[in-house]
Design a binder for this molecule. Structure first.
Ligand code: ADE
Length: 225
């Protein structure tokens, strides 16, 4: 997969992609990530990309020209499956959306900005608007990082043990069961006996029951799906 991220703050994002599983995904050449600094597409001598809002108020607004220049340049090189815009009023990110994104060839993410962007960008370039929750962030960079992480880890081959993504919380609309490691007894806090029994059928059954119980307690809305 190729991922292009358009942002005013590439440094905010690049370090995030230099660690752990996202780094490994790139080293294995399963994803190729490119950052594009919107300032490089400024149409004036000051390097600015925003302007006053028509009608007044609301502060400055990111203009369509630098964004169009950047997006159209990329579109000349390849066809994009989705051009995502991060915004609090977008579709709420879900595991099923991340599953679908993980199967795509080329994805572009345009990071939103607290100042807002010219609406024509959303109308004419963006194919999918995503929110990571009902709260407002200063910019879309954190949202872009969250969205990318959620689908990159699902690209086949990124996780060593592919079944580990299949057993994630939400994959089957259930919360994952609890897990334990050594020591078996810490200050009297014991690992459940069933996990030490060696009976895998019973352990699977116990884990499934724990998932159902946890989902009922913590996220009952998932059981309606
Ligand atoms: N930009 C600002 N807040 C956001 C949110 N909650 N999700 C996605 N992008 C955002």
């Amino acid at each position: 997969m190729r991922l292009d991220i358009i942002t005013l703050f590439p440094k905010m994002l690049s370090s995030f992609f230099e660690e752990s599983i996202l780094k490994r995904a790139q080293n294995k050449q399963l994803v190729d990530v490119h950052f594009h600094d919107l300032h490089d597409y400024s149409q004036n001598n000051y390097g600015s990309v925003d302007d006053y809002a028509y009608g007044g108020g609301a502060g400055m607004v990111i203009g369509i020209e630098p964004v169009a220049l950047c997006i159209e340049g990329l579109q000349k090189e390849r066809k994009y499956d989705e051009i995502i815009y991060t915004a609090p009023d977008g579709e709420l990110l879900s595991q099923s959306r991340s599953n679908r994104l993980s199967m795509m060839e080329n994805i572009m993410i345009l990071c939103g900005h607290y100042k807002g962007i010219d609406e024509r960008i959303r109308e004419h370039f963006v194919t999918l608007e995503l929110s990571i929750g009902d709260y407002v962030l200063t910019g879309g960079e954190l949202a872009a990082a969250v969205i990318s992480d959620s689908f990159i880890r699902l690209i086949p081959g990124v996780l060593n043990d592919e079944t580990s993504a299949l057993s994630d919380s939400f994959q089957n609309n259930l919360i994952s069961p609890p897990v334990y490691t050594r020591p078996v007894d810490f200050k009297g806090w014991k690992v459940p006996d069933i996990l030490l029994s060696g009976n895998h059928a019973k352990i699977d059954q116990w884990r499934y029951e724990q998932s159902i119980e946890r989902t009922k307690q913590r996220r009952p809305n998932l059981l309606d799906k």
